[in-house]
Design a protein around this ligand. Sequence first.
Ligand SMILES: [Fe+2]
Ligand SMILES: [Fe+2]
Length: 403
Amino acid sequence: MTSMSVDTIKANNERLKRYQALETHAAKLIGGWLPGVARWEIKKQLGYHLWEDLKHSQLLRTRLWELRINTPDRDLDPGLAEAIERLAVAQHDYEAIAGIYLALKTELLAAYRRYAANTYQVYDHPSVIALNAIIPGLAAQVEWANRVVRELADTGDKRRNVQRWLTYAGDVVAAIGGVDGDQPRAGFPVPPPGYATLLPFSEARRDERFTIQVTGAPIPDEADNMGWLLWQFSNYTQEMQAAETLATVMGEAKGMEWEFYFDIARHCWDEVRHVELGETRLGQLGHTVTDFPCSVGSYGWRQLFNPLIRYCALTYIIEADSFKLKHSSYQRYVALNDTESAQSIMYDIMDETMHVRFGQKWVPRLMERYQYPGELQALIDECRGIVATHAVSPAQRMAALAK
Ligand SMILES: [Fe+2]
Ligand SMILES: [Fe+2]
C-alpha cells in the first residue's frame, strides 16, 4: 500500500469513471478515422480494437455499478471529450494511430497497472481483477500500434510528423491532468499549423494493392457454380464498407447513451469479420481479396446522409433485405455438398439477425436524437427509396426495388 488518503475510494471511483469514458471515446475516434485508414490489415485491426475498447469499458462500468456509481457518465470531466476532439485533427492515419495509441492508450495502460498495484488488494480486489482482465488486450494494442506506426512512417518527413504529433498529443493528455486527472493542468496545446479535422471522411480509402471501382460486381449466372461462389465471397469482402459506415455512425452520432456505442461497435466488428469470412473462403479457393475489384461507392453514397438515415438504411433495408439471397445460397451450397460455404453463410445469417435487432432498438432513439419529423414507417419508406436510387450494389438495389 502506498500513501493513500482517507478519500481513496472517492479518488479511485473518479479514476474508474475516467477510464471507462476514455475507452469509449478512443473507440469513437477510431471509428471516425477508420474509413480514412488506407492499409487493409490495419483497418481490420482497428475494427476489432474499437469493439475491444467497448468491452473494456463494459468491465469498468460493471465494477463502477458495484461501487454504487450507476451513472458513470454523469459529472464527467468535460476535458475528456475535448481532448479527443483535439486528437481528431491528425492529418495522416499514422498520426491518428500514434495519438490514440502511443500517447493516450499508453498512458491508460500505465494508469491501469498503477491502480491495480496501489489499491487495497483485499477490499478493492474486484477492481484489480477487472483491470487485470483488460491489461493484456490493451498492452497488445499498444504493441501493435508501435509496430504499425513504425511501418507506416517510412520516410524522414513522416517520422518528423509522428514526432511532432506525439509531442502535441502528449500535451493534450497533460492538459486534462493526465489519464487520472490528478496532475497539474496546463491549457490545451495549439495543433501544428494548418491542422483541422478531416472527419468525417466522404470517401473510403484503400491501399495501392486494390483496384477501385465505384459499383459492385454484377450478379453472375445461377448455373455458373464457381462464378457464383467467387461472386458471393468476394462480395463479403466488400462489407468493409458496412463496417466503415457503422464506424462513422459511432464517430458522428454524439450524445447517445453508452449502450448505443457498445452495440454499434459490435456491429462494426462483425462486418469486419464478414470481410474475413470472405477472405478465408476466397483463400481456400486460391484467391486473395485484391484479385477482385474493390468498391467504395456504397460507403460514399451513405455519407451523403446523416447517421440516422445511414444506420436505418443499413439495418432496416440493406441487412433486412439480404436474408432471401442468403437463405437460397445456403440451400444451394448444401445441395452442392459445399459444407464450408454453407456453414459460413449460416453464421453470417445469425450475425445479421442480431444486426437487424440492433436496428429495431436504436433507430427509434436516433429518430429522437435527430428530431425526425415523421413516424418510423415514413423513415423506413424514405430509406427504401434512398437505397433503391443510390445503391451501387446490384443485389442491394434489386432487393430494395422488389419490396
Ligand atoms: Fe455483414
Ligand atoms: Fe450486418
